[in-house]
Design a binder for this molecule. Sequence first.
Ligand SMILES: Cc1cc2nc3c(=O)[nH]c(=O)nc-3n(C[C@H](O)[C@H](O)[C@H](O)COP(=O)(O)O)c2cc1C
Length: 167
Amino acid sequence: MKVIEKRRSVREYQSREVSDEILNRILEAARLAPSARNRQPWKFIVVRDPKRRRELAEAARNQSFIGKAPVVIVGVALDPNHIMSSGVPAYAVNMGISMEHIALAAQNEGLGTCWIGGFSQEEVKKILGVPDAYKVACLMPMGYPADSQGTRIRKPLEEIICQEQYS
Ligand SMILES: Cc1cc2nc3c(=O)[nH]c(=O)nc-3n(C[C@H](O)[C@H](O)[C@H](O)COP(=O)(O)O)c2cc1C
């Protein structure tokens, strides 16, 4: 709960590098994530190259802070057409879980992240050489926080929980 409570979107980073050892622990959290039928239909691209990070920032509606994070992790879904019997696209759920594992594991290491859903699918695929058949689910810049923002307000529990039936 401490990690969950402390996590917040970080949009300003120190230039300090993230060590391979720490990054590997964080990526292990993604590897262990559950997925529909345990298919693990994902790839996580670790982007450290400054030029490539800048290109990603441009492809993400010029959200320049993305280019300033020492690492950007890009989650790619390998089966974007898998719709579960519930009618829900499995990839969105799978990638949501695995990328949030990354965000929480990063928080546990003292690192900040930010979910990025505002980007051009085509441009990001081109920058990273992702095959057309796959879907880039999200970008996640990561680094040691350089801002001092607090956590965001959330709706009260009474507003989002109902008992037994939808109400
Ligand atoms: C699916 C998703 C997409 C998001 N896309 C962006 C984005 O493109 N740019 C951005 O600055 N924040 C983005 N966010 C971050 C949200 O704005 C943020 O999580 C929300 O305001 C709650 O704040 P908190 O993360 O600090 O608790 C995204 C978050 C999610 C979950």
